[in-house]
Write a protein that binds this ligand. Structure first.
Ligand SMILES: Nc1ncnc2c1ncn2[C@@H]1O[C@H](COP(=O)(O)OP(=O)(O)OP(=O)(O)O)[C@@H](O)[C@H]1O
Ligand SMILES: [Mg+2]
Length: 372
């Protein structure tokens, strides 16, 4: 690993109405370094990445960015990419209706006299796919492939731009363990090619595993940077919350109260294959003051179980519920809201808010059908 600084930013500050999302952030990133940034929700990590990658143009924030010693003023993402800063965003934006190959070459299509040269595009795409072991047909539409493969496609695409700094904003949040391993292997290969990665994650064990350097953000500020070996979990958490913590996961004395919710015999059939059960006869109880975790791999049926309870699963569902001992029938999310059952979905951007309307309209009474 070289000691050469590839990316240096100083005093970066970005404001939104009513909030300073990033305040006086300065940092140096070295070639071939895997540099993690951690911090609680809203700490400013994504905003910082968006400044570095041209999502926010240079005149919308203050401070300076230097790449290989040269001052950068990116007007847009394409400019940042052409200089070698590429971001894999937290909310993946790909053209789902287009093919893998079309997405790989987006903005940069091989052409003959202005007309897309499909033959070259697909054969070049196949080469990239082979090089990256993507195991996907370049003619497949992107909507048909999983998130892990989408990320790898974006990384592969980044390689076109002679990437110097790759920004990964929570890439593993929705990946299975196996997919995480593949992604980590790729990131380590990039490191060997002397590419620097800025890696954002909420999973501290992952951060400890992969990072050379760890930086912590809190309330828009960088509050600590140190080599991985000097940042144990306790120090990271103290920096994140802004005070010393005796124990990262303190033992609580818990005496659960009476049963509030009882869910019985949840069975969900695959809407496409009615003989296949996505969830098979699951029952559980929730007590007052209790936090109940559902653990399992991607595809285990956790989300579907919750959707079934909310009357939001579009397909054949059996689900019996009792609230405080009284049987309830919840046929739609608005029934759930009436019974004071709230829901925070996993895909916050698509399902958590209606982005095209006002903050006020996003507050209850919230009676829209989930997912529609
Ligand atoms: N487009 C925007 N408009 C208004 N406020 C924003 C916008 N983007 C971010 N913010 C605010 O800026 C602050 C920093 O947000 P940011 O998304 O950068 O945090 P984060 O560290 O990435 O959080 P998370 O871990 O939840 O992804 C938050 O208070 C957020 O509400
Ligand atoms: Mg973020």
């Amino acid at each position: 690993m070289g000691d050469q600084v590839v990316l240096r930013f100083s005093e970066l500050t970005k404001q939104f109405p009513g909030v300073i999302a990033v305040q006086n952030a300065s940092l140096e990133i070295k070639a071939g370094e895997i540099h993690s940034i951690v911090g609680g929700n809203g700490a400013g990590k994504s905003t910082l990445m968006k400044m570095l990658s041209g999502v926010y143009p240079y005149d919308s924030y203050s401070g300076t960015i230097e790449l290989m010693g040269e001052k950068c003023q990116f007007k847009n993402i394409l400019e940042a990419q052409s200089k070698g800063i590429v971001m894999i965003p937290q909310d993946l934006n790909m053209a789902n209706e287009l093919t893998v190959a079309e997405n790989l070459f987006m903005g940069n299509y091989p052409n003959k006299r202005g007309i897309i040269d499909y033959y070259t595009m697909y054969s070049e795409a196949q080469k990239i796919i082979d090089e990256f072991d993507l195991n996907v047909d370049p003619l497949t539409k992107v909507k048909e492939i999983g998130i892990a493969q989408k990320q790898l496609i974006i990384i592969a695409r980044a390689m076109h731009y002679d990437v110097k700094v790759l920004l990964l904003d929570e890439p593993t949040a929705t990946l299975s363990d196996k997919e995480c391993k593949i992604l980590f292997e790729k990131v380590r290969e990039l490191k060997k090619k002397n590419i620097a990665c800025i890696y954002i994650s909420h999973r501290l064990e992952e951060v400890k595993e992969i990072s050379d350097v760890i930086t912590v953000m809190r309330d828009g500020r960088i509050v600590g940077t140190a080599p991985n070996s000097e940042m144990d979990e306790k120090r990271i958490v103290s920096l994140m919350v802004g005070r010393d913590v005796d124990e990262v996961y303190p033992e609580h004395d818990r005496t659960p109260g009476e049963v509030i919710l009882s869910v019985r015999n949840v069975t969900i059939k695959d809407p496409k294959v009615p003989t296949k059960k996505i969830v098979d006869n699951v029952s559980f109880e929730l007590r007052k003051g209790e936090i109940l975790s559902m653990y399992g791999l991607v595809g285990a049926g956790r989300t579907e179980t919750i959707l079934a309870m909310l009357g939001a699963f579009k397909g054949p569902v059996e689900c019996e519920m009792e609230l405080k001992g009284e049987p309830v029938r919840i046929k739609s999310p608005s029934d759930a809201v009436k019974h004071k059952i709230g829901f925070l979905p996993e895909d916050r951007k698509r399902e958590g808010v209606i982005e095209t309307t006002s903050v006020g309209n996003n507050f209850p009474p919230f009676t829209r059908q989930y997912g529609s």
